[in-house]
Write a protein that binds this ligand. Structure first.
Ligand code: ST9
Ligand code: ZN
Ligand code: ZN
Length: 336
């Protein structure tokens, strides 16, 4: 049966979906952003305003008051919670781009809970919608609605009815069947405050005599707001600025600055073109891609396996067919 092109051409989430690569080129016409009044969620507006003020104060304490151990601890929390998003929620759970044995899943779910970006199951659900209905009203952070909306605005308003309607058709069976994800979601309201706020505050106070104020504002609030903004930059900046070597018809772009802070996420033109590649970039850990190095390390000890990637030939053909000419391939004088 012919696939429903208007709904499914952007639905290439996994390797198995990629059997018909040309389909991905037949995009539906760009939808005009829905500008009708949005239903504000004041609880979120107030909490995010407080978080960002607290994070500014935390940034000041990070520079001028906290012990060096607290600063290093905040940095470590940034990296581990970042990996809980990149290697966990994103590459493992949302995209199934590799498989993980249970000890690695447990590590990733702990890291993911420190990140507090909601239960990984819900994160993956939104992210699947983001790829499947990219830049339409059914995309939770639809970048055609502007930088602010795709950065933080989408978390301050009710979701678009199209998203809720089309979301009913999303296949979530693999996520619902995962006991690690189910456990996290069931106890989220208990585990998340402990992992994201209590543990980061208590450890500096008890282990190296930090003040409560420094510990809370630096290791919890500043670190949390910082990593949230880095994550959101993938949705805003990397959907706006950068080259499009793989597909010039989409907004996602290769943004090095974002990739540097986002542990290797930010090569977003590649990622939206080949979403099932576990590297989320053409190149591996030698190119600003700490998450790929992390997964490769676990592959060496057998805890990560079945990593999916894209052959050089497929990338090359795609670059020639739909790229914007910025790929280094164009400099080689290779006419094939
Ligand atoms: C946060 C998440 O910040 C950030 C995610 C960013 C993603 C980035 C991706 C980029 C690529 C990866 C790069 C990583 C880089 C990392 C770098 C690290 C160094 N499908 O949501 P509700 C239905 S979280 C299907 O309440 P409202 C469903 O029936 C920050 N159906 O909608 C649902 O009911 P249920 C902390 C869906 O009421 C119902 O609708 N968290 C879907 O409109 C209601 O859902 C917060 O601040 C779907 N996708 O509220 C909380 N979605 O769930 C923020 C919904 O029972 N969120 N349905 O099945 C909220 O408060 C609310 O969601 C809302 C919307 C107010 C935004
Ligand atoms: Zn994106
Ligand atoms: Zn993705």
């Amino acid at each position: 049966m012919a696939p429903n092109i208007s709904e499914d051409v952007n639905g290439v989430l996994f390797e198995s979906d990629a059997a018909t690569p040309d389909l991905a080129l037949a995009r539906p016409p760009v939808q005009k952003a829905d500008n009708k009044p949005k239903q504000l969620v004041w609880r979120n507006i107030i909490l995010f305003a407080y978080l960002h003020l607290a994070a500014l104060y935390g940034g000041y304490l990070f520079l001028f008051s906290a012990k060096w151990q607290t600063d290093i601890f905040a940095y470590i929390l940034y990296v581990i919670s970042g990996l809980g998003i990149t290697a966990g929620a994103h590459r493992l759970w949302a995209h199934k781009s590799y498989k993980a044995k249970w000890p690695l899943k447990v590590i990733l779910i702990i890291f993911n809970t420190v990140a507090f970006q909601d239960a990984a199951m819900d994160w993956a659900r939104d992210h699947r919608m983001h790829h499947k209905y990219s830049e339409t009203d059914a995309d939770p952070h639809n970048a055609t609605r502007g930088f602010f909306f795709s950065h933080i605005g989408w978390l301050l308003v009710r979701k678009h009815p199209d998203l809720k309607e089309k979301g009913k058709g999303l296949d979530m069976s693999d996520l619902l069947a995962d006991p690690v994800l189910r456990f996290q979601k069931k106890y989220y309201l208990l585990l998340m405050p402990l992992a994201c706020f209590v543990m980061p505050t208590v450890i500096p106070v008890y282990l190296w005599g930090e003040t409560w104020t420094n510990a809370f504002f630096v290791a919890a609030m500043f670190r949390y707001a910082f990593i949230l903004n880095v994550t959101w930059l993938v949705n805003s900046a990397a959907h706006k600025w950068g080259d499009k070597p793989y597909d010039k018809s989409i907004k996602p772009s290769e943004n090095m600055s974002v990739a540097m802070f986002a542990l290797g996420e930010g090569f977003h033109n590649y990622h939206h073109t080949f979403p099932w590649d576990y590297k989320t970039a053409e190149f591996g850990n030698n190119k600003l891609n700490f998450t790929t190095a992390f997964i490769n390390f676990f592959a060496k000890i057998g805890w990560a396996y079945d990593m999916k990637t894209v052959s050089e030939d497929i990338v090359k053909n795609r670059v020639k067919r739909t790229g914007d000419g910025s790929h280094h391939l164009w400099g080689w004088g290779d006419e094939n």
